[in-house]
Write a protein that binds this ligand. Structure first.
Ligand code: PMT
Length: 402
């Protein structure tokens, strides 16, 4: 990870149960070549002792603003100047609030004020604290000032609840920190759909398609590498979840619709890369359908699924920047332009399906991208590489529109 090699990282640790992961984070940062010094808040020391951090970082630990001995060794201004990057993990709701308001009542808050190094926070807190309007407003203010956020992820919490607020894993934090060096999406909330949907016919059969989720998750990795806070709503697919990305698994188009609509208003960017079934069985049979003895066929009545892309693009308030995909087997440019207009997307990325080296089940892809007054071709490349080129274009268009 070249970006971290030789980098001076000041790791701030605030009070929260996730602090037990911070010594592992120090170890991983050092493995990536960084030199690490640790500043603890008083609450953090209730969870992990300074000696642990001293042992893993190989440096004395800092925790007292007014300790004459510590000041004589490496004063807080010197420490603030030493840092190339300040990472606070876990960052509590209280710390986010104090950073927002410029408090300097303890060592860590003072270091953040006294340094011009970039600041990254890996928040960790109870899901309701994270969802609280006060915390959301603090997050938005800090992001506007250029503070970068990694996570939090969703899942089981130490308090016994489930939801968003878990600190990202140390390996994911290190990967996101090492990232691409392009921070133009720092702190932007990016919602992506990926993979196919499955529409049950009976308890054992379903309608679906060939999507593997590879394209959607490649875009998620490219967006996270640019500093985005990325959530993927994924249909059943084998694609791995990239570091620092939150994944929400769903099965049907209706479930995907519900998961997306619940989050779209809180997102800055929405990218619809999933192959969503347009129709589902009007009624899924409760028992396995039996083959009839006569030679007659079986008629299945289908009903329309909600059009997720169209609905997000039509949001009146808090509408994100909307990117759609178009999977085409003929007249690609004509269909894609028409789809963008009909669905109301800001930009549409069209790919051929049913041809070698593009679309579904392929490691490579190529895209024709259309927006209101422009078009560009992204040449055939492995999906992760293509995703970088697409995110570059999306980032430009997104910032131009904002
Ligand atoms: O997953 P991979 O194997 O890597 O393959 C990648 C891919 C081919 C699936 C991907 O690149 C792609 O093209 N995704 C969109 C597939 C699709 O459903 O295209 P469409 O032309 O039918 O739909 C147009 C757009 O509307 C898409 O953004 C789709 O997500 C969205 N849509 C469609 C139907 C629906 N009910 N809701 C939607 O949001």
């Amino acid at each position: 990870m070249p970006k971290l090699a030789g980098c001076h990282i000041l790791l701030g640790v605030t009070g929260g149960i996730a602090a037990y992961k911070s010594p592992d984070l120090v170890r991983r940062l050092r493995d990536a070549g960084a030199e690490v010094r640790v500043a603890l808040t008083a609450a953090a020391m209730e969870f992990v002792r300074p000696l642990t951090f001293q042992a893993v970082s190989g440096n004395p630990v800092h925790h007292d603003l007014l300790d004459p001995n510590a000041e004589a060794a490496m004063g807080h201004i010197e420490l603030a100047r030493w840092a190339d990057h300040i990472l606070v993990a876990p960052a509590s709701a209280d710390f986010m609030a104090r950073l927002t308001h410029g408090f300097a009542d303890d060592l860590l808050a003072t270091l953040c004020l006294a340094s011009d190094a970039p600041i990254t926070l890996a928040p960790a807190m109870n899901r309701l604290m994270w969802a609280n309007p006060a915390t959301r407003a603090n997050r938005a203010t800090l992001a506007e000032r250029g503070v970068r956020f990694i996570g939090p992820g969703e899942g089981d919490q130490a308090c016994g609840e489930t939801g968003a607020g878990r600190m990202s894993e140390p390996s994911d934090i290190v990967a996101a920190l090492a990232g691409s060096g392009d921070d133009r999406l720092a702190g932007q909330r990016i919602l992506i759909t990926a993979g196919p949907t499955r529409e049950a016919i009976d308890p054992v059969r379903y309608l679906s398609n060939r999507s593997t989720g590879a394209m959607g998750f490649a875009i998620a990795a490219a967006a996270a590498a640019r500093g985005g806070e990325v959530t993927v709503v994924a249909g059943p697919c084998p694609a791995a979840t990239p570091a620092g990305v939150t994944r929400i698994d769903v099965e049907t188009a209706v479930e995907m619709h519900e998961a997306v609509i619940a989050r779209a208003g809180d997102s800055d960017l929405f990218i619809a890369a999933a192959a969503v079934a347009d129709y589902r069985a009007a009624e899924a049979a409760p028992e396995k359908l039996k083959k009839r003895d006569d030679e007659g066929g079986l008629t299945l009545t289908l009903v329309r699924n909600p059009d997720i892309l169209r609905e997000v693009a039509a949001l009146r308030s808090r509408r994100p920047f909307v990117v759609g995909f178009a999977a085409e087997t003929e007249r690609l440019a004509e269909h894609a332009r028409d789809k963008r207009r009909r669905k109301g997307a800001d930009l549409i990325a069209a790919n051929w399906v049913g041809r070698p080296d593009s679309g579904f089940e392929s490691e490579r892809n190529a895209l024709e991208v259309f927006w209101e007054d422009g078009h560009t071709s992204l040449a055939s490349a492995p999906k992760r590489e293509l995703a970088d080129a697409l995110m570059e274009l999306i980032t430009e268009q997104y910032h131009a529109k904002r």
